[in-house]
Ligand binder design. Structure first.
Ligand code: ADP
Length: 161
């Protein structure tokens, strides 16, 4: 059975070139990509969910088959709601593996119909994470190699007010 919808979940606090790379490559392989900003993540956010969504929308506006959502609840319930059976996650380093294994095993247990696919980071982006970018921005260093211009501006505004 084929399924044309894939969900890319995450905190996206904020979106980076690492995320965008995974989104672009997935958008090339699936008919519809649904980015899902999960509101009940245990991580407390720097940007509000609405701010993150605006930053994501601006970053993916060149991709016609990508939609951005927010959801509070279980990811597998979101997948059910929109009729998606595929989750896509990015993998950077071995350190991501253990967390991802736990997450995927739990999602599989909750809904065995939903499969998680992993995509390796492009080497250029392997060291980029939202948290490292925020740390760099907080020290007023240039983040333009890691995030698009509008995200760099938002980071500047957040940390230099
Ligand atoms: P979460 O809090 O759920 O881990 P993130 O916003 O940090 O959400 O990441 C969302 C997804 O994007 C995750 O699958 C993560 O591994 C992936 N990701 C983040 N940064 C990169 C990167 N530089 N290269 C590849 N994948 C990445």
């Amino acid at each position: 059975m084929t399924n044309t919808k894939a969900v890319i979940p995450g905190s996206f606090d904020p979106i980076t070139y690492g995320h965008i790379d995974i989104i672009e490559r997935s958008a090339d392989r699936f008919e519809e990509i649904h980015i899902c900003v999960l509101k009940n993540s245990s991580k407390s956010g720097t940007f509000t969910v609405d701010e993150r969504i605006e930053l994501i929308k601006e970053s993916v506006k060149h991709l016609t088959n990508v939609v951005v959502h927010q959801f509070s609840g279980l990811l597998v319930d979101f997948c059910d709601e929109i009729g998606a059976k595929t989750i896509i996650r990015g993998l950077r380093a071995v350190s991501d593996f253990e967390y991802e294994l736990r997450l995927t095993s739990m999602n599989k247990k909750l809904n065995s119909d939903v499969e998680t696919f992993y995509m390796m980071t492009s080497t250029n982006y392997s060291f980029i994470s939202s948290s490292v970018v925020k740390e760099v921005a907080a020290y007023k260093a240039n983040v333009s190699d890691f995030v698009p211009e509008h995200v760099a501006k938002a980071l500047n505004k957040k940390f230099n007010k």
